[in-house]
Ligand binder design. Structure first.
Ligand code: HEM
Ligand SMILES: [Ca+2]
Ligand SMILES: [Mn+2]
Length: 342
């Protein structure tokens, strides 16, 4: 087959000329939003933002004759005052404020920018897949309704129902939660901002699926926070929802299947993110600009139990298959350092 390439005015080559404008945006955010191509706090927050914008969508509400939200339409930025006041969006205002000057400066809608920044940001994380990026989301018309973003204290029933409303199976929910391999919480326990969900928050690896299956023994900061359960490691925080999904009979085997399976982690997350990024959007009016997204580096670590942990600490939840055999890191019990603020 003949692969046609277009040469853009700036010398970059791309499959579709409509994507040419994205190279300048890419270079600008890599340098000035992501600190020169890091997989740090702004990348983590930008990925979270892709979700909080897109999940503002409910076909169930629409069937009742109500406005169900526009999905991945940028409403979280355009109607910032409304949506940042939603309880589940606590803390999202910081990355919105960081992204807004870039949206204002470049000729791109807020909806496109949010998903583009997420895809570029994830590409900075070793082990990540190259995410799809489709261009062409129109401007949002209204704020999303409240109560569509899942909370960490929601039951598994409620979480799976919310995702089912937008077309995700339980297996796809688990795949989307691979996002928590490059993540930390600032507000669940406000006394310890930047506390990661796994021991490798700058690496898109399978440690999140390993460490969430370990028996929780401690709170990294204070006890009694809503949506938090005990974690196995000092410096690591566990969401109640992640702990529950790892142990629920509907999701536990899928959860375990990601352990030490980097190829599945990449393909399943890529596919689920491709759906998330276009929720509520008409993809026939969009252009595939995925070739503007950089190819991520390979994973830089091998699946392991953190030092001090073995399979004896695994709370086996999948009944069908045993937990994979993994080596334990040498040394004293792992203590996870916080993700530095921007
Ligand atoms: C059951 C569904 C989910 C729940 C209940 C949930 C909940 C949370 C909570 C409470 C935080 C911590 C926020 C803070 O205190 O700073 C968080 C962080 C994060 N979430 Fe989720 N989340 C869910 C699904 C997702 C999905 C589908 C994605 C992306 C595709 C995502 C991406 C992230 C990222 C990247 C962070 C880290 C942000 C940072 O490090 O600054 N989450 N999530
Ligand atoms: Ca990780
Ligand atoms: Mn953060």
């Amino acid at each position: 087959a003949i692969i046609r390439r277009v040469t853009c005015p700036d010398g970059n080559t791309v499959g579709n000329a409509a994507c040419c404008g994205l190279f300048a945006i890419r270079d600008d955010i890599q340098e000035n939003l992501f600190d020169g191509g890091e997989c740090g706090e702004e990348v983590h927050e930008s990925l979270r933002l892709t979700f909080h914008d897109a999940i503002g969508f409910s076909p169930a509400l629409a069937r009742q004759g109500k406005f169900g939200g526009g999905g991945a339409d940028g409403s979280v930025v355009t109607f910032e005052d409304t949506e940042t006041a939603f309880h589940a969006n606590l803390g999202i205002d910081e990355i919105i404020d960081a992204q807004k000057p870039f949206i204002a400066k470049h000729n791109i809608t807020a909806g496109d920018f949010i998903q583009f920044a997420g895809a570029i940001g994830v590409s900075n994380c070793p082990g990540a897949p190259r995410l799809q990026f489709l261009l062409g989301r129109p401007a949002a018309t209204q704020a999303s309704p409240d109560l569509l973003v899942p909370e960490p204290f929601d039951s598994v029933d409620k979480i799976l129902a919310r995702f089912a409303d937008v077309g995700f199976s339980p297996a796809e929910v688990v795949a989307l939660l691979a996002s928590h391999t490059i993540a930390a919480a600032d507000h669940v326990d406000p006394t310890i901002p930047g506390t990661p969900f796994d021991s490798t928050p700058n690496s898109f690896d399978t440690q999140f699926f390993i460490e969430t299956q370990l028996r929780g023994t401690l709170f990294p900061g204070t006890a009694g926070n809503q949506g938090e359960v005990q974690s196995p490691l000092r410096g690591e925080i566990r969401l109640q929802s992640d702990g529950a999904l790892a142990r629920d009979s509907r999701t536990a085997c899928e959860w375990q299947s990601f352990v030490n399976n980097q190829a599945k982690l990449q393909s399943a997350f890529k596919a689920a993110m491709a759906k998330l990024a276009v929720l509520g959007q008409n993809t026939r009016r969009m252009v595939d600009c995925s070739d503007v997204i950089p190819l991520p580096k390979a994973a830089n670590s091998k699946a392991h139990f953190p030092a001090g942990q073995t399979r004896n600490n695994v709370e086996q939840a999948c009944r069908a298959t045993a937990f994979p055999t993994l080596p334990t890191d040498p040394g004293p019990a792992t203590s996870v350092p916080p993700v530095p603020p921007s």
